[in-house]
Design a protein around this ligand. Structure first.
Ligand SMILES: [Zn+2]
Length: 429
């Protein structure tokens, strides 16, 4: 009997060791820790107030250093570049009559909004007017030099109409003091320029009747930087067989920053999650070097228009022609419905091998194909003829470029599966 117990114990021990060995390459606690650190409210949305972007870059460089991912230049993981950026580090108040609205939740100011202080009479343009072409044409043919014009887009579904109103809003052809619109979803971004007038977007339900918004008070402070220094973070692990050829994994670490002191856009999914994936892969290849050299890049300035990657392709630290393949990851936090491979059509055999791995290992619900698009940092590389994919996860939470993209609610549903897919994909080279 005792022998049997010993035998069972040994078998159990063997299986414990075996399963540990199989999953040892992926450290889920590490990935979660990276998301939590980068998307902490203390990271201030990895924007430009208090050099929050630089702090995020430091976090990545420190991880590279700890895991012995080497810098391309001695003692320097960074590549600097310059740009201008409009920020909202202090007061961003919008009030209707005496009612103070909640920044981020009730409204956002457009990223190019200039510093503004004043109270304005509101000129309401209801959806009934917008949906009637003759009425809309009449409304937008007039000028409103003393008014804040508010377009209620709720119930406006015609794309041409939306375009017409969008153009009026972006170029203020109606000569208003400021322009607002009521929308179903608030989606923020960052701007390198300052507009000539303020724009405010209100969430549907915040203003339901004309009489609720007879007057609007704006108190918006801005800080415009005309020469801000951004940085990419670069490191590599030398290949065992073909060290002068690289497979690149990249992710942007910057996000939108803050809109006033209350609204922090922490960007857990976009793109603390992608950085956690890039760093998890770096950790793996630092411990287990691959046949090819593996390069890892954290991009700055992505949300401003792929500035870090556009800068990089003009100043590469090794020839672009030495990139065997590049995978850029952005928005890795869900995966309930699988992933999309942007530029999958550009490198179809590579895409097919990814699909085959997914099928064989039964990892994700779907590996979707998509044409190339200028929607993340792979794009400047593809433009230069570098073979590259951009992968993002599908399904799950809807938070995007808003205050709800938080670490607490980021599920990381298929993070491990995507990680396995990527490591298996590398083996096909
Ligand atoms: Zn992003």
């Amino acid at each position: 009997m005792r022998k049997v117990i010993y035998a069972i114990a040994i078998i159990c021990l063997f299986y414990t060791i075996k399963t540990q060995a199989q999953t040892a390459a992926f450290d889920s606690a590490y990935a979660r820790q990276m998301v939590d650190t980068l998307a902490s409210p203390f990271s201030l949305g990895r924007g430009y107030y208090r050099n929050a972007d630089e702090n995020a870059a430091n976090i990545i460089a420190t991880e590279f250093y700890k895991m012995k991912v080497k810098p391309f230049e001695k003692n320097n993981y960074y590549q600097q570049f310059h740009f201008s950026v409009n920020t909202f580090p202090h007061t961003v108040n919008v009030a209707l009559k005496k009612r103070q609205l909640k920044p981020g939740a009730d409204f956002i100011v457009s990223p190019g909004t200039p510093a503004t202080k004043g109270t304005y009479k509101v000129m309401w343009c209801d959806s009934n007017t917008i949906n009637n072409r003759a009425k809309l044409d009449k409304f937008i043919s007039k000028k409103y030099p003393k008014k804040f014009v508010l377009f209620n887009m709720k119930g406006v579904n015609d794309e041409t109409t939306k375009k017409i109103v969008g153009k009026v809003i972006s170029s203020n052809t109606i000569g208003a003091k400021g322009i607002g619109q009521i929308k179903d979803k608030l989606t923020w971004s960052v701007s390198t320029t300052v507009d000539g007038f303020p724009t405010v977007e209100f969430l549907t339900g915040v203003i339901t009747k004309k009489k609720e918004a007879k007057k609007i008070s704006l108190d918006i402070e801005t800080q415009f930087y005309d020469d801000y220094t951004g940085r990419n973070v670069l490191g590599f692990v030398k290949g065992t067989e073909v060290p002068d050829s690289f497979i690149v994994f990249s992710s942007h670490y910057d996000h939108l920053g803050i809109m006033g002191t209350e609204a922090i856009f922490t960007g857990a999914n976009d793109n603390a999650s992608g950085c956690a994936m890039m760093l998890s892969l770096a950790k793996h290849y630092a411990a287990h070097p691959a046949k090819y050299s593996m390069a890892f890049i954290g991009w700055g300035g992505e949300e401003l228009g792929l500035l870090g990657s556009f800068n990089y392709v003009e100043h590469p630290v090794f020839p672009l022609g030495k990139i065997k393949f590049m995978v850029n990851v952005d928005i890795m936090g869900t995966g309930d419905d699988g992933i999309t491979v942007v530029n999958g059509t550009g490198y179809k055999p590579r895409f097919d091998s990814m699909v085959a791995i997914n099928k064989k290992l039964n990892l994700l619900k779907e590996v979707k194909i998509r044409n190339n698009a200028a929607n993340s940092d792979h794009y400047p590389f593809v433009e230069k003829g570098v073979p590259a994919f951009f992968i993002y996860t599908l399904g799950g939470i809807k938070a995007y470029h808003d205050i709800y993209d938080k670490r607490e609610t980021l599920p990381m549903t298929k993070f491990k599966e995507v990680y396995i897919l990527l490591t298996e994909f590398v083996k096909t080279f």
